[in-house]
Design a protein around this ligand. Structure first.
Ligand code: ZN
Length: 185
């Protein structure tokens, strides 16, 4: 028996003791506690990726896991409360993460943009990237890539700020976007 309190990895299902041999572990800004290197590594490997494209050509990235939200380029922590990320299980071993903005951002409707095919999403993503680089993107766009249990599949969703939702629809569909909007009333 010892009076010294053992510092244990704070990740669920992990009981690795953080001691001098392994260093202090890594900081989880979501749990606000120390976790072991292995949990940290696994979390960042399977994290969702959020890429924000700005009209001025700026691109910023955040990776969002269960333990850590950070800028992957600089390693600085980011406030995770901007998003909500949940695992949606379709069976014991299968499922996908679903990440959404908690507020202020609008997920562009699939039926409005007629996505449904992966290539449509890729085309859109490439256009956003191209126009961002050229400085012609008319508004901010965020792209969320979510990991799934299928190594070869990724969920992609496109988000604009609430006030830009209609402009985005027109940007993608042209005047036809207005027809779609009025028929919904
Ligand atoms: Zn751990």
């Amino acid at each position: 028996m010892t009076d010294e309190q053992e510092l244990v990895c704070a990740a669920p299902m992990c009981d690795v003791v953080l001691d001098d041999e392994y260093g202090d572990g890594e900081y989880s800004n979501i749990l606000e506690a120390q976790v072991c290197r292995s949990c940290f590594q696994s979390d960042t490997d399977h994290a969702s990726a959020i890429t924000m494209f700005s009209p001025d050509g700026e691109v910023s990235r955040v990776i969002l896991g269960d333990l850590v939200a950070m800028n992957p380029e600089y390693g600085d922590y980011v406030d995770a409360s901007t998003w909500r990320r949940e695992w949606r299980a379709s069976s014991a071993w299968r499922g996908h993460y679903d990440t959404i903005f908690v507020s202020g951002w609008h997920e562009v409707e699939e039926d409005l943009l007629l996505w449904g095919q992966r290539t449509d999403g890729q085309d859109l993503g490439e256009r956003i990237q191209r126009e961002c680089e050229a400085g012609t993107l008319p508004f901010e766009v965020s792209v969320i890539a979510d990991t799934t249990s299928n190594l070869f599949a990724q969920g992609i969703s496109f988000w604009v700020r609430d006030e830009d939702a209609m402009r985005f629809a027109v940007w993608v569909k042209g005047e036809a976007a207005y027809e779609g909007a009025t028929s919904r009333d």
